[in-house]
Design a protein around this ligand. Structure first.
Ligand SMILES: [Zn+2]
Length: 426
């Protein structure tokens, strides 16, 4: 069948709405029969058959035989044609960059990780991302459908611009979308790094199946992403989940990089752990920490976690203190929000059990019994891939939203950012 010429929408609104519901059901599964789709979407079987037919015809969905068949007509299942397009994604932390090429289902095809200091500014950091993107595309030159970026600061999601990010000098209001769209022509979405990590764990990790989740990242800083009633909760301006700047200490010597005093991340984050351990090494002549001090000139949170894993009492005490501070903040959030799952991720959290145990103990002791009756607290299952996994999910969700699909369905693919109404620098 010949491709129809580009024009706004051929499907009536109602049909398009049903098409998206069918596609969403298929995208968020490992394959469904037509009957299962009808069951999940609440649509009639005739409507499902029609919409599935259109999705297969447009190359977005594949109709596969399920093996093996026990005789008779083999059952069929519908799966997303994930290889129809490619996504480029990057998860930028304070000190590291994870960069990946994925398919439309979010499966990582290729991944690069390297140190990158976000404080070097947008030109240096995004230049590095572009160099890696170019390499990944050269190695796998499929059609590029979209780009997703996570950055370690608040982002206004609509415009894809960082808003007064405390640890990102030179990034305030920077036009990240316009930069990548001009270079690659593809539509671009940007969000806070913890939001994309939460999305990653929810779609493909330990939070799958939970509708109300708090994802906490404990790295150099501390932040949280929220899934509420089965949706990422960005808040009115995109600042939701910034729990690192809740005041936990009334100590004028604990100064946060946001400018306030006694913030959770200034008291308990990786930066604070490193600082306290460096002081401890100098003061107590602690052999473990002193050795790290000699090697690197200071002690990092990673050194603390490594020493704690080997039972060094000073390091265990530091991690327990951080865990209690994080835990008491989370206890307040649990009472307020009543999640069924808390996921703890980020570099510091990934490195041992002491911190997680202290968080758990404090949350269960300090929260109301009804709020913790079914509450589970788990470690991230995706680790340093949570961000790129979530960034791919973010892009796929936006590409396959009703609003976007209405703009590109008739040309077969979201060819360019301009078609999706996303600005491109001239
Ligand atoms: Zn702060």
């Amino acid at each position: 069948m010949a491709n129809p010429p580009p024009r706004p929408v051929t499907l009536p609104d109602e049909a398009l709405d049903a098409l998206i519901r069918v596609l969403d059901a298929i995208r968020h599964s490992a394959g469904l029969s037509r009957t299962e789709i009808a069951h999940r979407t609440g649509l009639g079987r005739a409507v499902v058959a029609q919409r599935v037919g259109e999705l297969v015809e447009r190359g977005l969905v594949t109709d596969e035989a399920v093996l093996p068949s026990a005789g008779g007509r083999p059952p069929r299942r519908l799966v997303l044609n994930a290889s129809a397009g490619r996504l480029l994604v990057a998860d930028l932390g304070a000190t590291s960059a994870d960069i990946a090429l994925t398919d439309l289902g979010g499966t990582i095809v290729a991944h690069r990780a390297e140190p990158a200091d976000i404080g070097d500014g947008p030109d240096a950091v995004l230049g590095l991302v572009e160099a890696r993107f170019d390499e990944l595309l050269a190695a796998d030159p499929g059609p590029l459908w979209g780009i997703g970026i996570g950055v370690p600061g608040p982002v206004e999601f609509r415009t894809a611009r960082p808003v007064s990010p405390p640890i990102m000098p030179g990034w305030d209001g920077y036009a990240i979308r316009e930069r990548f769209a001009a270079r690659y022509g593809a539509p671009v979405w940007v969000d806070n790094d913890v939001n994309v990590m939460a999305l990653g764990e929810w779609r493909s990790g330990v939070a799958a199946g939970h509708a109300n989740v708090i994802f906490v990242k404990i790295g150099t800083g501390i932040g949280a992403g929220l899934i509420t009633d089965g949706q990422l909760h960005r808040g009115a301006q995109g600042a939701a989940g910034d729990v690192g700047h809740i005041q936990v200490l009334d100590d004028p010597t604990v100064i946060c990089r946001c400018g306030n005093i006694g913030c959770l991340e200034a008291a308990a984050g990786g930066g604070a752990l490193g600082r306290m351990a460096t002081e401890m090494a100098a003061r107590d002549g602690n052999p473990w920490l002193a050795r790290a001090m000699e090697r690197e000139g200071s002690v990092s949170a990673r050194d603390v976690a490594e020493a704690a894993r080997r039972g060094e009492p000073g390091s265990v005490e530091l991690l327990q203190r951080s865990g209690r501070l994080v835990g008491s903040t989370l206890a307040g959030l649990v009472n307020f929000f009543n999640p069924s799952l808390i996921v703890i991720g980020g570099g510091v959290a990934d490195s041992g059990d002491v911190l997680l145990a202290a968080i758990r103990e404090t949350v269960y002791r300090r929260s109301l019994p009804l709020a913790t009756r079914e509450l589970v607290i788990k470690r991230s299952s995706l680790g340093n891939l949570a961000g790129v996994t979530g960034a791919a999910a973010m892009v796929a969700d936006e590409l396959f939203s009703l609003e976007s699909v209405a703009r590109w369905i008739d040309v077969g693919a979201p060819h360019d950012a301009a078609r999706l109404g996303l600005s491109v620098a001239s």
